[in-house]
Design a protein around this ligand. Structure first.
Ligand code: UFG
Length: 330
């Protein structure tokens, strides 16, 4: 039986495809290539199409024996979601509805879902656990929460089993050097810092140094993308073993400030990386750090690439060798 990976040409999706291939799974990727890169799909069969197209999904399910889905395909920029929430409801929420309906039509009852710490909003407790309040501060997080709730009601009505994985800050690149992070536009801290190290931008902007943290900059929990990928493989195993629906946080449990990230990147790259203090960015909580105890206990997840210098080091190897990302040579 094959695993269908929607959004498998994207950043976290492509690393998960790589992890599934490494253990000999049959893979089907469905991606509209709006954000994803054909070159990032290291194996399996790629279908180019949109999840909102039910006929496209019928073809994918009819032509393959699929027993589980891993669902990444979505828009995921917090800032953009505040300017164009309709795009997020249409692609993320309606896309997921169309996918779940197709799964029901084709009797596929297992799904692993790419969710986010943005479902929590401003945290009540640090570290955050899965029982904490979910009150998103942006439309992106709200759509991911709506998608989780949709799966819950499909479980009640149709017995669809889902595992929702709420990631904190994904970073790093595959050990092979063949795939890495390439967003357009890029908005994430670590790739932007590395672009500054490469001289592709004059400096890194630090969005706010007046937060209630030790050095005044925001604290985040950075997790290696291949550790995230491993968690998806474990989640598929759990569903195949008859596991029940569940939600898990995925992070390292250690927070680093924006200034600390820049300092570590200076050390890793041996470049100066000028930093310029700027105003806060709308919608940024001061501190987001995960408790991933539940994933460790129930999935047997054990992130093995936890050191931030190694995470940044793997991203640096990718950026240095692919200065223009997948499509260009810099
Ligand atoms: N930052 C800067 N300068 C930049 C870019 C980012 O100072 O040029 C800061 C941000 O303000 C934030 C931190 O660096 O404090 C991390 O920002 P990212 O944009 O890298 O990541 P976010 O924490 O905003 O968001 C990420 C994902 C979201 C997800 C969220 C959950 O992009 O999809 O983590 O924690 F919802």
């Amino acid at each position: 039986m094959a695993v269908l990976v929607t959004g498998g040409a994207g950043y976290i999706g492509s690393h998960t495809v790589a992890a599934l291939l490494e253990r000999g799974e049959q893979i089907i990727v469905a991606d509209n290539l709006q954000q994803g890169h054909r070159e990032a799909v290291l194996g399996g069969k790629l279908y180019v199409g949109d999840l909102r197209d039910g006929e496209f999904l019928d073809t994918v399910f009819q032509e393959n024996s699929i027993d589980a889905v891993i669902h990444f395909a979505a828009n995921s920029l917090v800032g953009e979601s505040m300017k164009d929430p309709g795009k997020y409801y249409h692609n993320n929420v309606y896309g997921t509805l169309s996918l779940l309906e197709a799964m029901i039509r084709h009797q596929v009852g297992k799904i692993v879902f790419s969710s986010t710490a943005a479902t929590y909003g401003e945290p009540e407790n640090v570290p955050i656990d899965e029982h904490d309040r979910t009150l998103p501060t942006n439309a992106y997080g709200e759509t991911k929460l709506a998608m989780e709730k949709m799966m819950k009601w499909f479980d009640v009505a149709h017995g669809l089993k889902y595992i929702s994985l709420r990631y904190f800050n994904a970073a790093g690149a595959h050990a092979s050097g063949r795939i890495g992070e390439d967003h357009s536009p890029e908005t994430h801290l670590i790739p932007l810092v590395l672009q500054a190290a490469l001289g592709q931008r004059p400096h890194i902007s630090v969005f706010g140094d007046d937060y209630p943290t030790e050095d005044g900059t925001c604290i985040r929990d950075y997790i290696h993308v291949s550790d995230l990928a491993d968690a998806h493989v474990l989640a598929v195993d759990r569903l195949r073993e008859g596991g029940d629906s569940a939600v898990y946080n995925l992070g390292n449990g250690t927070g680093f400030s924006v200034k600390q990230v820049i300092d570590i990147a200076r050390w890793v790259t041996d470049h100066e990386i000028p930093a310029v203090m700027e105003a806060r960015r709308a919608g940024d909580p001061a501190v987001l750090v995960a408790s991933s105890e539940r994933a460790r206990q129930e999935l047997g997840w054990n992130p093995s690439r936890a050191k931030l210098e190694d995470i940044i080091g793997s991203a640096w190897a990718w950026h240095r060798n692919n200065p223009g990302g997948y499509n260009k040579n810099g």
